[in-house]
Design a protein around this ligand. Sequence first.
Ligand code: MEV
Length: 448
Amino acid sequence: MSYFNNFIKLFYLFGVGFLDKKSFEGFYKKSVSERQEIVAKEFSLTDSEKALLAKEGPLPFEVANRMIENVIGTFPLPLGVATNFVIDGKEYIIPFALEEPSVVAAASNAAKLSSGFTTSADEPIMIGQIQIVEMKDTKKALKLIQEKKSELLKALAKVDAMLVKFGGGPRDIKCFELKTERGAMLEVQLLVDVRDAMGANAVNTMNEKLAPMLEEITGGKARLRIISNLAVYRKARAKTIWTKEALLESVKSAGVKVTGEEIVERILDAYAFACATPFRASTHNKGIMNGIDAVVIATGNDFRAIEAGAHTYAWYATKEYKPLTKYYKDKNGNLVGEIELPLALGLVGGATKVHPVAQLGVKILGVKTAQELARIIASVGLAQNFAAMRAIVTTGIQAGHLKLHAYNLATTAGAKCEEVEKVALQMIQEKAISYSRAEEILKELRRK
Ligand code: MEV
């Protein structure tokens, strides 16, 4: 502990110094440029660091400042596009926003090797949860709610006339008795068709209207009134085949000596491994989310909601954490891949509508409904997962990363313009990819 305290002291003495807390009083009331000045002063930012904050990118400060609080700048991520996706017979170019190398290339490659994706998506039904406590008789309360269900649904339909006009609205009310460490409670689930919205606003608004009605019916108290991210009624699925021939072709250039049949077997082994241990299932699903999150972000959707739903769903069916994908062999010995997961995505409202780059993402995709977006994103998740497994069971994951890694190291070592490629290629050729080697090569290059 004392080491830690000393470290903190040193950090303040030689680093940023003591913060003047007063500078941050009423920070939220300041303009973006005033906040930037405060941060620059308090953290002794250099001119180039100040420029990083001050530079207005494709997300204007004015918009960013309306999206979250205390804005001091924006945070750019690379935006790439994955190619080769044919989903239900339609070609898509898919925007990915993420920082990790190889993800876009891997997804594009997996899509190219596949037979095209067939998909489906459920109606956009979200669940709102209301927790009711302090009832005299929970069983009786549950029964009373069920009796009043159609009356309640009718009243709720009036809450969001716009949603109803577009074909959505409240659909059902389900009730469950829960035994908890604080006694018996009711879990009321309000099912709402949210159409092309992610649905949090629509559902939470209806929940808050429903809660007092439930209190009146049950004589209890409504505590939580909030959307559930486990959107089990709003799942999307994708399926494809990777033939033995395509698998063989995919490793030819890497010089890996293995048959297509053997790659299928190795992938099935990898899949069985993921089914058998949560330590692998976690990484397996992380690979799926690499692609899913990237498209979710590029379209301005809520990736935390998608992550929460996906990982809980990975546990939900068996009450053990499992892979979100399935693999098996068809009668010809080809590899069949499938994915199913909840995808609560929106095209109206939220960042999708206000973030100019998200709008661009939606335009590039050419999607018209949230269900279409869900079908695309499920396909991306499946492709991404296959790509990772194919790489791991053949060349190893590092091979794909090395090229970009070499370029990154060359840039970090100070290489400019055409020097970057020269330094990176030499490192790849020498199979010596490191920061120190990048520096050495750069020095030699400049001496010449
Ligand atoms: C890395 O971001 C993702 C992988 O670890 C996924 C996997 O192991 O399947 C490559």
